[in-house]
Ligand binder design. Structure first.
Ligand SMILES: Nc1ncnc2c1ncn2[C@@H]1O[C@H](COP(=O)(O)OP(=O)(O)OP(=O)(O)O)[C@@H](O)[C@H]1O
Ligand code: SF4
Ligand SMILES: [Mg+2]
Length: 345
């Protein structure tokens, strides 16, 4: 399958407030930068759902913001982000701002974690969806309003004509998230980025939203980048899974492979922390000792080394490369590169 999104060697750095690099005496002293995403490459085929997982601060959101070209201006980015199919792919990282504005919200759309902060509290939800249409189309206001109601029907909001006149505070958390999804799909995007779309919701509503995303994917042939810190949630929606740790991609492979035979010690640790049907009641779930290193104190070698039970002295020297441990299954660990086969989930 051809890639719709192809991220190549993406790095994102932020200037470190108050931290400066040492320079020659008298020379202008450059501000030190903090590496938030390092040398990240992955692609998503048309129609595929890629789950991007990792602990808080691992770089998931800023990767998606780089695709949307919504990073704050102080962020420094290098690498390429190709979007498009069959020879028409364009590098979003180098696209003029006008062209990017045309793609954003039409061919590429995003759902954010917290709908209450993403929605305008003093505007009716139907008008907010219509506005997304008018920003990209040439149709009339009444056509946009009809499309908004249709999008609300697509996301299974009951009585969409009436609810279109509600303000966000009149809707439940689950309904607000449906409005966010309606706003994202109303222009029929090819790529939908969902950044923790269910994290703020309780478990039953979360399951309904995941079901809805699966239905919309089938109905509109959506390609999706689905971001979550929760492997259990990702396992319900993703075809392939990418695991990030401290700004690095540490493992990438088909969902079944990652769950059946995780190769990287960090992924193994994450999986031990996910309950499944075989988990014995009363048995504590596994945890990964320690915390993610802060950006200003990244270890020089493998970023996971301080927490890794498999580490050897070489792990502290260089950043390990990604190794293909099985067909299409990559892990950034030259020490433990034989996948461990786990019980079926
Ligand atoms: N505007 C900014 N200025 C400086 N550093 C930033 C900025 N935005 C993000 N970062 C840093 O970049 C790193 C990655 O942040 P990001 O928001 O992508 O993490 P995340 O994986 O989405 O985490 P979470 O699960 O908490 O949402 C973090 O260390 C964060 O502090
Ligand atoms: S490279 Fe070394 S420290 Fe890093 S995950 Fe592998 S064994 Fe652990
Ligand atoms: Mg985030």
């Amino acid at each position: 399958m051809p890639a719709l999104l192809d991220i190549r060697k993406l790095s994102i750095e932020f200037p470190a407030a108050g931290l400066q690099s040492a320079g020659q005496p008298g020379a202008a002293v450059p501000t030190r930068t903090l590496p938030a995403v390092r040398d990240l490459s992955f692609s998503i085929a048309a129609g595929e759902v890629l789950g991007l997982v990792g602990e808080s601060g691992s770089g998931k959101s800023i990767t998606s913001l780089a695709v949307m070209r919504l990073l704050p201006p102080q962020a420094r980015i290098s690498g390429e982000i190709f979007f498009g199919e069959n020879g028409s792919a364009r590098n979003l990282a180098a696209l003029p701002a006008d062209s990017m504005r045309q793609l954003r919200g039409s061919r590429i759309a995003m759902i954010f974690q917290e709908p209450m902060t993403a929605l305008n509290p003093v505007m009716r939800v139907g008008d907010q969806i219509s506005e997304a249409v008018l920003a990209h189309g040439t149709g009339s206001k009444s056509d946009a309003a009809k499309l908004a109601v249709q999008a609300m029907t697509d996301v299974a909001i009951p009585e969409p004509d009436r609810r279109a006149r509600d303000y966000p505070h009149q809707l439940s958390g689950g309904m607000r998230q449906r409005i966010m999804i309606a706003m994202a799909i109303v222009n029929r995007p090819q790529l939908l980025i969902a950044d923790e779309p269910t994290t703020a919701l309780d478990v039953t509503i979360q399951a309904q939203i995941l079901d809805l995303l699966a239905q919309l994917r089938g109905k509109f042939g959506l390609t999706m980048l689905f971001i979550s810190h929760d492997l259990a949630v990702v396992s319900q929606v993703a075809d392939r899974v990418a695991v990030m740790y401290a700004g690095n991609l540490v493992e990438l492979g088909a969902r079944q492979e990652i769950f059946r035979a995780p190769a990287h010690p960090y992924t193994r640790g994450l999986l031990r922390a996910v309950p499944n049907l075989r988990t014995e009641r009363g048995h504590p779930l596994g945890t990964i000792e320690g915390t993610v290193p802060p950006l200003h104190a990244m270890p020089p070698g493998c970023a996971f080394e301080p927490r890794c039970g498999f580490r050897i002295p070489e792990c502290t020297r260089t950043v390990p490369p990604l190794i293909e441990v099985a067909h299409g299954h990559w892990a950034r660990c030259p020490v433990v590169n034989v996948p461990v086969v786990t019980a079926a989930r």
